[in-house]
Ligand binder design. Structure first.
Ligand SMILES: Cc1cc2nc3c(=O)[nH]c(=O)nc-3n(C[C@H](O)[C@H](O)[C@H](O)COP(=O)(O)OP(=O)(O)OC[C@H]3O[C@@H](n4cnc5c(N)ncnc54)[C@H](O)[C@@H]3O)c2cc1C
Length: 381
């Protein structure tokens, strides 16, 4: 069977690409080794932070802005709310000494907001505590509130896009691993398909499709998401509680916090980032020992968010980052297969852009050019 486009991997990026390509009327096939949305890649755990004031750089703004529009369009079609504009609060040391790549992330985010004329509010720690009594920054912190930020219901977003794609005529093979790709041919056990173009959105598995020098550009790291019991869950709902991006003073005390969505796990979701060790996605330890939960509470939570029962972890899940050295995305042709686009936007901040990345890839592959400029995401090695 021949297709206009085959998408290998149907998580965040693949589901969005499949949907957008089907919407354009293309003959398109999506293949995933598991049954997306699933909990073995990088796109699970109910929610992802989104914000228009993207401190990672101005090149990201058109992607997140368009993604918000697409999620609202999908909600109008499916009735499933995907985007919750609870507001997004970035808290960071006011002297600019935030850990790792974050640096002065409040100022970086404010700069992007100023460039695009976005409505944001800079806040002192005292102003944060007054507006959000359960959020407890120290006097050494400052903050930026982005009212057009919040969270996206991540598993629902993948499910909705796959559902719409198949309704529009896309073929989708679930629980089917792609075993090899040769030129325009995609092989699975016992079957082969051809396509004009192939899009490789295999997330944490992308390394296995690349020659060594490009594979070495990516590093898969193990991240853990925790849900803790709260004294009053209603106080953490998106109408009163924002998403929080809170890089601390050290590499190991980054805190991300997520308002509680209706119908989700009845607990408050928090996470940190750990990048010390690299893992293989097929063998990464998936269980979360109590010692890891204790370490998270002691090192990361301290008393930064009030109203939680930190002795009661309701659930913990492992999720995978696929990092690049500068933490920017790669969206570029495979170095040895000029019919295959490699789409690897992660480094812990990719989901918020995924709907527009899918649309842009579909435009690029089917029309020859995307409306949003993706040239910032070419190979750097
Ligand atoms: C803990 C955590 C927190 C995060 N927080 C945020 C956040 O707050 N905001 C934000 O914007 N981003 C965030 N991110 C990043 C974001 O979630 C990722 O950028 C995004 O989910 C990556 O999507 P993907 O499509 O590349 O990977 P995935 O969704 O994992 O998709 C890859 C797919 O490829 C399939 N696949 C692999 N190999 C094969 C094969 N051989 N054959 C067939 N199928 C194959 C896999 O089964 C999988 O379904 C976070 C990530 C994690 C892990």
């Amino acid at each position: 069977m021949h297709y206009d486009l085959i998408i290998v991997g149907c998580g965040a990026m693949g589901a969005a690409t499949l949907y957008q390509a089907a919407k354009k009327g293309a003959k398109v096939l999506g293949i995933d080794q598991f049954d997306p949305p699933h909990a073995l890649g990088s796109t699970h755990g109910e929610t992802r932070i989104t914000r228009l004031a993207v401190g990672e750089g101005p090149e990201y703004f058109p992607l997140v802005k368009r993604s918000h529009e697409i999620w609202e369009e999908i909600t109008a079609q499916t009735g499933t709310q995907l985007l919750y504009l609870s507001g997004l609060l970035t808290i960071a040391p006011k002297d600019g000494t935030g850990a790792g790549h974050f640096g002065d992330f409040v100022s970086l985010s404010a700069k992007v907001a100023a460039q695009y004329g976005l409505d944001v509010t800079r806040m002192t720690a005292a102003e944060v505590r007054e507006k959000f009594p359960l959020i407890n920054p120290t006097e050494a912190d400052n903050a930026l509130l982005d009212p057009n930020g919040g969270v996206v219901a991540v598993d629902h977003a993948v499910a909705a896009q796959l559902q719409l794609a198949t309704q529009l005529g896309a073929d989708l093979l679930r629980n089917t691993a792609v075993t090899s790709i040769e030129g325009n041919t995609v092989n699975v056990a016992g079957q082969s398909f051809t396509a004009d173009k192939i899009v490789n959105t295999t997330g944490a598995w992308v390394k296995s499709w690349l020659p060594k020098s490009q594979a070495d550009y990516f590093r898969v790291t193990r991240q853990t998401i925790y849900w803790f019991a709260a004294d009053d869950l209603a106080a953490f709902m998106p109408d009163v509680f924002p998403g929080i991006l809170w890089p601390g003073y050290h590499e190991d005390d980054y805190l991300g916090a997520f308002p509680v969505l209706p119908g989700g796990t009845p607990g408050f979701k928090v996470l940190t980032e750990r990048r010390e060790f690299a893992y293989d996605p097929d063998t990464v330890p998936r269980e979360v020992p109590q010692s890891e939960i204790d370490d998270f509470v002691n090192v990361v939570m301290k008393d930064r968010i009030l109203g939680l029962n930190l002795t009661k972890c309701l659930k913990a899940k492992v999720c995978l980052y696929t990092d690049t050295p500068d933490e920017h995305f790669i969206i570029d042709w495979h170095p040895e297969n000029k019919n295959m686009l490699v789409v690897s936007p992660c480094s812990g901040h990719g989901f918020k852009h995924s709907a527009a990345i899918g649309e842009s890839i579909a435009q690029w592959m089917l029309d020859g050019k995307s409306k949003i400029d993706l040239s910032a995401f070419q190979w750097k090695n």
